[in-house]
Design a protein around this ligand. Structure first.
Ligand code: C2O
Ligand code: CU
Length: 432
């Protein structure tokens, strides 16, 4: 399967005795903390913010920031967003991974985009805890690459207490403006930023527990991260029990949460990953560092909720999805957006969807409005129950998922490689 790469901890790890008395060297810029949006409503059950999209030369921003403001609110609160479009082009905001009502989803299917100088007020109940993100759903590749994205964290007060809860937004710079060829772009020339900074340093105290929320907002670039030890506690849709994978691969649009029990300094490596082929044996390079101010024994693990076994595959299929294409022609079931025939599934009924990738690159399958459980990938069920909204389907891959929709509407279903989405690999799933 996948080889575990050596993480060269000897290059950065200070020996505990020495650094307990000296100040360790910090080589590189500090990892910025994401700025939270100002809450205009004193009611703790309402997060009311204003988001203004504007341009500064080639770059776009929400509220002048890249990433846009962090939207952080407790479970079962309401998110109100006054959106103002100061761009000279249409835009919208989509709440990736959140079961928003259809009219608030930001998709341009039944509703109109927000025109230049236009405004729209979004109102979204936050019914599920986890790590999500927001971005436009018009001319997506351009607008996201230019800088329109931000993180959303829905907290659950019942979760174990941690010393620090940090959001890391990963973006590969200049994907649209660089001369890439639709998914084949050279993974060795990518420059990754985390919260806007290249190769940052996160400084923490030894003995602390940090909850890390990772989001890949890049257009086409995959993350293939190696940590000295990864304890994954969540995927796209919140806590799901503990896994300790060798490597963490995040497709564009994907999220993961990690529990970091801090002991000594280490570096996190990124191995180039090609959409047209997957994991590579190309040399890994550092993407960020964790610098420990006073090395200590790792703290005891937190009592994360237990995992559940995955649902067994009922082995019928209600809906077939087939990805085909190359170059500029990306299709689902032979159709290219917007010339599509909507797919249909019934509300509140467990349906099985099979996604086959018959094309020459990987494609992250993404569904709006409702999350789903992964039954298997290439015949192999996940180790634990895995609820997702974005799942990478490798070349020749067969992904089987179970969807029991509770959110009715017309939902976009697409590949989250943004050039593929814009190139036609998008359709609509109607849930009634
Ligand atoms: Cu983040 Cu329709 O997607
Ligand atoms: Cu794709």
């Amino acid at each position: 399967m996948i080889f575990l790469l050596a993480c060269h901890p000897e290059q950065t790890a200070a020996t505990p005795k020495e650094s307990a008395v000296s100040t360790p060297e910090v080589a590189g810029p500090a990892l910025p903390e994401l700025l939270e949006a100002e809450d205009l409503d004193p009611d703790p059950a309402i997060l009311h913010v204003s988001l203004v999209a504007s341009a500064e030369g080639e770059n776009y921003h929400y509220n002048g920031q890249r990433p846009g403001p962090l939207l952080k609110a407790p479970l079962h609160s309401r998110l109100l967003v006054d959106f103002e479009n100061q761009l000279s082009v249409d835009s919208t905001i989509h709440w990736h991974g959140i079961a928003a009502p259809e009219a608030m989803d930001g998709a341009v299917w039944l509703s109109q985009p927000v025109p230049a100088s236009g405004r729209f007020s979004y109102e979204i109940p936050l019914g599920h805890a986890g790590t999500f993100w927001y971005h436009p759903h018009v001319d997506v590749a351009q607008q996201v690459d230019r800088g329109l994205y931000g993180a959303i964290v829905v907290t659950d007060p019942a979760d174990p207490w941690v010393d620090q809860d940090r959001v890391l937004v990963f973006d590969a710079n200049g994907e649209v403006t660089s001369q890439d060829d639709h998914g084949l772009l050279d993974p060795q020339n990518l420059q990754w930023t985390i919260n806007g900074v290249v190769d940052p340093v996160m400084t923490v105290e030894g003995g602390q527990t940090v909850r890390l929320r990772l989001i890949n907002v890049s257009n086409l670039a995959y993350l293939d991260l190696s940590f000295p030890e990864i304890r994954q506690i969540a995927g796209d849709q919140g806590l799901r029990g503990l896994e300790t994978p060798d490597r963490l691969i995040l497709a564009p649009g994907d999220r993961a949460e990690l529990e970091l029990r801090v002991s000594e300094s280490f570096e996190v490596l990124q191995t180039p990953f090609v959409p047209a082929g997957g994991a590579t044996t190309l040399p890994a390079s550092r993407i960020f560092q964790v610098q420990v101010t006073s090395p200590a024994e790792p703290p005891a693990p937190k009592p994360w909720p237990d995992s559940q076994p995955p649902t067994s595959d009922p082995s019928y299929t209600d809906l077939h999805i087939v990805f085909t294409g190359d170059g500029d022609q990306w299709r689902i079931n032979g159709e290219a957006w917007p010339d599509i025939t909507p797919l249909q599934l019934p509300l509140h009924q467990a349906s099985v969807i099979e996604v086959r990738n018959l094309s020459s690159t990987n494609h992250p399958f993404h569904l709006h409005g409702n999350s789903f459980e992964v039954l298997s990938l290439n015949g192999i069920p996940p180790a634990l129950q895995t609820v997702e909204d974005t799942v990478d389907v490798p070349i020749d891959g067969i992904l089987r998922i179970q969807l029991t929709p509770s959110n009715p509407g017309d939902w976009m279903l697409h590949c989250h490689l943004l050039e593929h989405e814009d190139g036609g690999m998008m359709t609509v799933l109607q849930i009634r």
